[in-house]
Write a protein that binds this ligand. Structure first.
Ligand SMILES: Nc1ncnc2c1ncn2[C@@H]1O[C@H](COP(=O)(O)OP(=O)(O)OP(=O)(O)O)[C@@H](O)[C@H]1O
Ligand SMILES: [Mg+2]
Length: 384
């Protein structure tokens, strides 16, 4: 009735007459509200002793007063006494419900939504249940063309082959990972740009292919600038991943060849970092810079992130230079260098053209097995 009183300015109060029709109506409504069945038997009609929804209304009078203020004719025309009376049997039918238990009169919530509280209890229980978080691996090296994308995709597919649930994140505006799964980044409507800049739920941009993939589009190139004024800009991806953390065992993030805000987002969201390194002297020099960035992330944003391993890629084991490059890596990084080696193979260039991983493109090839071996090595370090 409150909304009725907002319809027009309050007229002067009108004294309620005993024979006024609203009094009979209210009495009928009171009679219609069942008592709680204290003794287990059917609920009875309203008694004076029973504190009630209707009893409170009539005792404290404001609804009757408001109705009187509005004028009885308006109330009767809008609500209609017959409507109110028709509802009464429906309420009485609720009396026989086993839910009508407890002390005193039934509350409004029992009548309107008797199962509401059960639902809330269930929801609370679900929310409190621990969600197993995915292992988040970032593939990073600010040097271009060292097989970050190739490693992200093929290792992810090797995990999936072993029965793990895997999500790949294409955080590179070049969209190479997206393309490697046969999706054209130029035709993508919703992408990680919307997730990072506009807080779109990441589930809305996940596309199912060999693995699930959160896709990139060309406008991701503008994300770093668009995010630059955002509070918590380094944590946008970490925040977005919480939505799906329980749905996957591994989240594999491909990063661009830079140490900008997109890569920082990846390193902040990650538990582990895999650093693909081309087995050439010049490729290894950038590792010091990457280590410094990672230290900064550990100190300021993500103390738990650590290097899972340094992965020698595009290895041509016939050359002395490649052998020497691996020796230098192992001298400087010791156990951090994976035992697995990714040798050069033309299949790695061919597979993306077909929109497939090497494991799908040529499942029995040694190229596919390089990444199966790497998956075993990563899992041996501790599976999720
Ligand atoms: N083991 C390999 N043998 C031969 N070619 C490879 C191998 N791994 C990757 N490639 C090829 O090298 C090129 C660069 O690989 P990829 O795109 O994975 O590198 P990237 O580090 O992601 O590059 P960017 O820094 O531009 O993102 C690709 O054409 C890829 O097919
Ligand atoms: Mg790449």
């Amino acid at each position: 009735m409150g909304f009725l009183s907002r319809k027009k300015p309050k007229p002067a109060p009108v004294e309620i007459q005993e024979e006024h029709p609203i009094v009979d109506e209210l009495q009928e409504m009171e009679d219609a509200v069942p008592l709680r069945d204290v003794g287990g038997g059917p609920a009875g009609p309203v008694s004076d002793a029973g504190l009630s929804l209707a009893g409170e209304s009539s005792a404290s009078s404001p609804p009757a007063g408001e109705a009187a203020e509005e004028g009885p004719s308006e109330f009767v025309v809008e609500e209609g006494p017959s409507e109110v009376v028709e509802e009464a049997p429906a309420l009485n039918a609720e009396e026989e419900s086993p839910e009508a238990e407890g002390d005193g009169r039934m509350k409004a919530i029992d009548l309107i939504a008797p199962t509401r509280l059960d639902f809330l209890a269930e929801k609370e229980a679900t929310e409190q249940a621990p969600v197993k978080a995915a292992e988040v691996i970032a593939f990073a090296n600010q040097k271009g063309g060292v097989a970050k994308t190739t490693t992200t995709l093929n290792l992810a597919v090797a995990f999936a082959e072993s029965g793990y649930r895997v999500l790949c994140i294409d955080l590179d505006p070049q969209g190479n990972l997206t393309m490697s799964q046969g999706i054209d980044p130029d035709k993508v409507e919703k992408s990680l740009y919307d997730v990072l800049v506009n807080d779109m739920p990441i589930s809305e941009i996940i596309v199912k292919r060999e693995i699930d993939i959160a896709v990139a589009s060309i406008d991701l190139a503008g994300a770093e600038i668009a995010m630059s004024t955002k509070i918590g800009r380094e944590r946008s991806l970490e925040k977005a991943l919480k939505e799906v953390a329980g749905d996957y065992d591994f989240v594999c993030i491909d990063t661009p060849p830079s140490l900008g805000l997109l890569t920082i987002n990846a390193l902040t969201a990650a538990n582990k970092v895999i650093v693909p390194v081309q087995c050439e002297y010049l490729s290894m020099r950038g590792l010091v810079q990457l280590q410094n960035t990672l230290r900064m992330i550990q100190e300021n944003l993500n103390p738990d992130v650590k290097i899972e391993g340094i992965l020698p890629t595009m290895l041509d084991s016939r050359t002395i230079h490649a052998k020497e490059a691996i020796e230098i890596l192992e001298e400087n990084f010791g156990d951090l260098v994976f035992q697995s080696r990714i040798k050069k193979a033309i299949k790695f260039a061919e597979a993306p053209v077909k929109g497939a991983s090497v494991l799908k493109y040529d499942s029995d090839s040694s190229a596919a097995n390089y990444y199966r071996d790497l998956a075993k090595e990563v899992l041996s370090h501790g599976s999720p």
